[in-house]
Write a protein that binds this ligand. Sequence first.
Ligand SMILES: O=C(O)CCC(=O)C(=O)O
Ligand SMILES: [Fe+2]
Length: 347
Amino acid sequence: MATTTIPEEMSNLDTYPPLFHHQNQTHNPNPENSSDDPIQDLDLFPVIDLQGLTLNPDEKQRLEVACKSWGFFRLVNHGIPTNLLTQLENQAKEIFSMSFESKRAATSNSPISHFSGTGILTPQGTALERGNQLINWVEGFNVPLGKLSQFKYQAPAFDSFSVLLQEYGNHLSRIARALFEAMVKNLDLDVVSSKPYLSEETGYVRVYRYPAKSDADSGLGMEEHTDSSVLSILHQSDGVSGLEILKDDKWQTVNPLPNSLIVNVGDMMQALSDDRFKSVTHRVKVNKERDRVSICYFVFPTGDVPIHSSSYKPFTYSDFRAQVDEDVKTIGFKVGLKRFRFTKDQH
Ligand SMILES: O=C(O)CCC(=O)C(=O)O
Ligand SMILES: [Fe+2]
């Protein structure tokens, strides 16, 4: 049912950021009839069993291979109740379906911020001014987990959302800690002195909606990038694909599968591992007919602890963040770890 104009049944246009109104946005009220490629659940991506990590040496070995040669894996047996994921997803969809203006009003002066057109944000959670006009086909909420409790929203939907996010955040901290410890052991780093490199207080969630777009091949939901985090944990909602990872110079679609999360190794983990683990390059394509919702968690090192390695000049996460912001403002994109890499004559 793809069309090139906004169809009449799309009465919910006012729920989308004005930035996207004039474009060829389509909406399929009957997703079963979607003509996008069917999702197949057989792929060759690494799968890690979280519970197996504490019991099974083979699982630890698989984790190491996944981090070294892919920089990403699917995570199963993660212990998050399916019910919580379903509720969170439904609540996110309900919130996205509010009008743009009421989303703005409900989140102004609140810990949660609303953004669109880019995933690169200021520390306050608003879109960072860029040195170019690149627009990403995405709308989202930025949720600093440590600041959620005790806030009373004007729209009750946000109160329920906040409660679910806190519960979800507790699971994500637990999962991130378990994965980080296993990764640190794989790298033969000291578990105790590595603790500041995963600071749970820094954790935040981004909840995204990528609006459907009939000319889905022009433009991206999110441009090609690596995550600045130590690690990122993503939940993709029911049956709408879009995430792609770059492996051996080829883009590969990572379809959503029930009961499994996606874990990305981030830039900080790559630096900590002295390039043994790799921060995966990925992007998000737009779906032709259905909006895509994803819920992504990111966690970082304590801001002021220097990362020492043989590949990079010592730097803190705060240094890294400042450099990314500077690059986005001046040249329009993130350069990332390359900015800190030793050149040959600096060794
Ligand atoms: O929406 C997704 O699946 C991925 C989003 C992402 O890559 C990011 O926020 O860094
Ligand atoms: Fe990302």
